[in-house]
Design a protein around this ligand. Structure first.
Ligand SMILES: [Fe+2]
Ligand SMILES: [Fe+2]
Length: 147
């Protein structure tokens, strides 16, 4: 089984993404090390975190109109669906399939991080500030009384 572990190769130098990826690696490592009776709960925690992880990246891509968004968002959706199927298997007692899935997820994560996420991190490092903060700034400008 492919064991998940952090390495320098996963560091993308975009802190908001690197922090989420660190947490993902920790949670997946816990699931991989979990005894049978704790595996369904550990797997549910991986899914809950992945919803947040993928959702954040999807939001960045949509907000900044990232050119390669469609393919990346679709990959997130497919993987999340597979992980949810894994949770149903785990709850039905098929722990061997979930352990195999955890190994496949670890391998997928390393590849995804070094390809699609690396491209997104590069894009986000040069992306303009979020629209919300620009809007706040404009409102403040309008609020200044005229002489
Ligand atoms: Fe990611
Ligand atoms: Fe991603």
């Amino acid at each position: 089984m492919h064991k998940v572990e952090w390495s320098e190769a996963l560091q993308l130098d975009y802190p908001p993404m690197d922090e989420v990826h660190h947490a993902f690696v920790d949670l997946l490592a816990m699931a991989q090390a979990a005894p049978d009776d704790a595996l369904p709960t550990a797997w549910a925690e991986v899914i809950e975190h992945t919803v947040h992880h993928f959702g954040r990246e999807d939001e960045w891509m949509r907000r900044t109109r990232f050119a390669a968004a469609d393919n990346h968002i679709m990959q997130h959706k497919v993987v999340l669906n597979v992980l949810r199927e894994g949770l149903a298997l785990a709850r039905a007692g098929d722990l061997r399939s979930v352990r195999e899935m955890a190994g496949e997820l670890a391998a997928w994560f390393a590849k995804h991080t070094q390809t699609l996420d690396a491209a997104l991190a590069l894009h986000m490092r040069s992306a303009p500030a979020p629209a919300a903060s620009r809007r706040t700034h404009r409102v403040r400008e309008h609020a200044v009384p005229r002489p």
